[in-house]
Design a protein around this ligand. Structure first.
Ligand SMILES: [Zn+2]
Length: 85
């Protein structure tokens, strides 16, 4: 698919942190993707970890974690989250 001449076409607003970042295949910037991986590895290792505990372990705020839930990367369960398969 041909790319239009608009330089903005190469950039996007990250849906998670709102930063302008280079266009990527998914809609999150590299920082957020790293954050997502961190959360995901905790959930994979310990599926029963509550959101607050994930927040404590990663230093990622609860609202950031919930933004991944809102965008369909995790499923919210009672107090903890599950990976969307
Ligand atoms: Zn971001």
């Amino acid at each position: 698919m041909p790319v239009k001449g608009d330089i903005m076409a190469n950039y996007q607003i990250c849906e998670f942190c709102g930063n302008l970042c280079k266009q990527r295949t998914n809609r999150m910037c590299e920082n957020c993707e790293e954050t997502y991986r961190k959360i995901r590895s905790i959930v994979e290792d310990n599926p029963n970890t509550i959101v607050l505990e994930i927040s404590n372990q990663t230093g990622v705020s609860v609202s950031r974690i919930l933004s991944f839930v809102r965008n369909g990367y995790f499923i919210m369960k009672e107090g903890n989250i599950d990976i969307l398969k």
